[in-house]
Ligand binder design. Sequence first.
Ligand SMILES: Nc1ncnc2c1ncn2[C@@H]1O[C@H](COP(=O)(O)OP(=O)(O)OP(=O)(O)O)[C@@H](O)[C@H]1O
Ligand SMILES: CC(C)(CO)[C@@H](O)C(=O)NCCC(=O)O
Length: 388
Amino acid sequence: MDLGEFQIPGNSDPNQKTSHLSLDIGGSLIKLVYFSTNDGDNDDELGSSGNESVGVSNGSRSYPVLKGRLHFSKFETRKINDCLDFIQTKRLHLGGCQRLAALPIEKTIIKATGGGAYKYADLFKEKLDICLDKEDEMDCLVAGANFLLKAVHQEAFTYLDGKKEFVQIDQNDLYPYLLVNIGSGVSMIKVEGDGKFERVSGTNVGGGTFWGLGRLLTKCKSFDELLELSQQGNNRVIDMLVGDIYGGTDYSKVGLSSTTIASSFGKAISDKKELQDYQPEDIARSLLRMISNNIGQIAYLNALRFGLKRIFFGGFFIRGHAYTMDTIAVGVDFWSKGEAKAMFLRHEGFLGALGAFMSYEKHGLDDLKDAVQGNAWLPVFIPSKSKS
Ligand SMILES: Nc1ncnc2c1ncn2[C@@H]1O[C@H](COP(=O)(O)OP(=O)(O)OP(=O)(O)O)[C@@H](O)[C@H]1O
Ligand SMILES: CC(C)(CO)[C@@H](O)C(=O)NCCC(=O)O
């Protein structure tokens, strides 16, 4: 079973209850967020009554249910059956039982976002007998990002010269910002408030491009293998630098140093070399740099277009990978002449799934925020021992 980066604590504890599973089913990955509590007093609240008050609702606080954990997990979309098995084995779909007004009988409904909420709705119905309650992908990304930025301590950080620095977010001075979500493809969203946003741009050259091209060119079997490989490579072997064109010197008149990449993969045109003559690690490095640079540049141009100083990068492409973040941050810094700042998010890949989770009516943002600040509720990461 593919548990991805995060391991879920076993459900061997008979008192552990899960509730409010939400899904983000993307082109590459399925992300799951669910809440669990060990509090045996909550049986009624977590039962199948359609009207139970979970968390804080309209001033009626039922804190006990907040004494639990938010769990995060992911699966490759191409292995969706593993995800279905996981949900079934852990009985994750049984906690969030509700009634939809539109449905004649009580049905388990699970909040889901991403294109797969449409594509796989029938599969979930058939295999798990659950209805996916679709939430818009952009709504969820923004809700997830706003929640994390406002409520979770040390969520955002900058990454420059190999140094990670957490950013103190002033809740009263968060907006506007540009959210760049790097999934299979890339969405760029200007965010001006809660639920106030516009998808202003995007690019089809994203995480799917890196993994897809990288798989074909290097024969790597997993995304993580490709990423690790890139760490050992040297992109200069295959990229054409300004110095390669200018006989080793800078093109200083326009501010281009000899080491700037003039053309990604450009050396491959002049070399009498075939694919097998290049080292896979150099190809991986060049590819990662090409895609990260390109996204950093488009992000900066959009920030410039709307006068935005802060750019938050999310999506699973980033993977907390130093070189990826460094390339994006250096690109933004270079193009903006230090004016704009690239920031990254600790829960990078889970924005949409968190947003879908928040859309359960009973879990309003303020409620969760209160709980986090009161330390009654803490999102936790449990690093997996095994690699997917
Ligand atoms: N274990 C993994 N398997 C596959 N891709 C991974 C993995 N880990 C990170 N990635 C990268 O993350 C990308 C997917 O990111 P994310 O889950 O945020 O997007 P998505 O929701 O699948 O895509 P979209 O929103 O475009 O539908 C992949 O294209 C790949 O670049
Ligand atoms: C199509 C979505 C929104 C699906 O998540 C994403 O993959 C994306 O933003 N792709 C880039 C599409 C474009 O703007 O060119």
